[in-house]
Design a protein around this ligand. Sequence first.
Ligand SMILES: *[C@@H]1O[C@H](CO)[C@@H](O)[C@H](O)[C@H]1NC(C)=O
Ligand SMILES: *[C@@H]1O[C@H](CO)[C@@H](O)[C@H](O)[C@H]1NC(C)=O
Ligand SMILES: *[C@@H]1O[C@H](CO)[C@@H](O)[C@H](O)[C@H]1NC(C)=O
Length: 382
Amino acid sequence: MRGVHCSFVFNCRWYHGAPWPWWYQGMKVDKKTCAYLWVFTAAVICLVSLSWSIRAPGNILRRSGQDGDQPNHGEVHSNVTTEAINFTNYRELLKTAYDQRYEGHINPHDFSLVLDEPLACMEYERGRPRRVFLLVLVATSPANFKRRQAVRETWGSPAALDGRAIVTLFLLGKTVNSYLYRNVLKESAEHHDLLMEDFADRYKNLTLKTMMAMKWASTHCPQASFVMKTDDDMFVSYRNLLDYLAAMSAPDTGFALGRVLEGKAPFRDPKSKYFVSKEAYPGDVYPPWLSGGGFVLSGDMPGRIYSASLDTRFLYLEDVYVGMCLQKLKVTPIMSDRFNNVHIGYSYCMFRYLITSHRFDPEELRAAWKDMLVPRTCWFWT
Ligand SMILES: *[C@@H]1O[C@H](CO)[C@@H](O)[C@H](O)[C@H]1NC(C)=O
Ligand SMILES: *[C@@H]1O[C@H](CO)[C@@H](O)[C@H](O)[C@H]1NC(C)=O
Ligand SMILES: *[C@@H]1O[C@H](CO)[C@@H](O)[C@H](O)[C@H]1NC(C)=O
């Protein structure tokens, strides 16, 4: 019988009597059976992937930290100051925030919040603004469920340190992928920590995300003493940040802290990843800017940066763009080598010192966080 050898991929090629193993020989079928096998396999693959996609949200959103003891780097949910803030001041703060919305700017930020957390800086019981020491806004993308979950379970978990309230929220742009979008909605309903505006979530739109952070902070949490912007692939130590701010007696206005990059010229080669044309940025050198992976502002700065951005030409390099706004505002960013825009591998003693480190994946974050909980002594050679 001239059979068809039905290979693993059912390509139905003619069998030439090659020395196949016995179990493979057994698969020798005629052309018609092979075609049926093809259809059957395709149907099975379809069904399996369909059932997986229906079940997947649960898998993605399953919280691995639900066994009770979430590691906490410092005291958490302890004596947070719940004292409400002075309403007169608050209205004034909000008024300046809303004054930023008038028309006729060269770079208006005309986007609306699709997901909002209007109560994040409020007292839940009374719906009044509460004292917030540090507002942390973490840039992320709709697909990065795992990273957000790792941040929630590790460095983003403290709701307070030294009795000072910390609010950690994520920043997202919109996705057209309805499957992702549905999962994001579920995640938001579960964790209440997502902010999303209706611009497309793309690399070249990061500036919009950072300006969204500035706008949200100044309109929804103007009472925050400090506002930090960071990313979901960072390690951040709130403990070290708070200690550092206290040690340097950080001023509560006109303050911008992080890793300062300066004296850099725009890449004019169109093949470069960071290409910037003469039209987009006419100058030869960028103003000093704070690395976007993590920087800290005094509470007044988000509103001022947002206002300045409305009349500052758009540049897709989000951290340079903030630098341009700072220059306009005549605020000189302060350099600290505790903020790192590169990956510093975890070691206990190093991480007692630094505030940010770049490129941490969820596993590394969890491992580092767990290790940090065991107090040890650091010597100068360690
Ligand atoms: C909060 O403060 C009060 C009084 O200062 C103290 O009695 C209480 O133990 C504190 N609670 C915690 C969880 O630290
Ligand atoms: C609230 O702030 C306003 C303006 O700064 C001040 O006049 C008022 O006395 C303050 N109210 C309280 C209760 O501290
Ligand atoms: C940025 O978002 C806007 C608004 O959704 C969109 O029109 C634009 O194409 C996006 N930019 C990029 C580079 O995708």
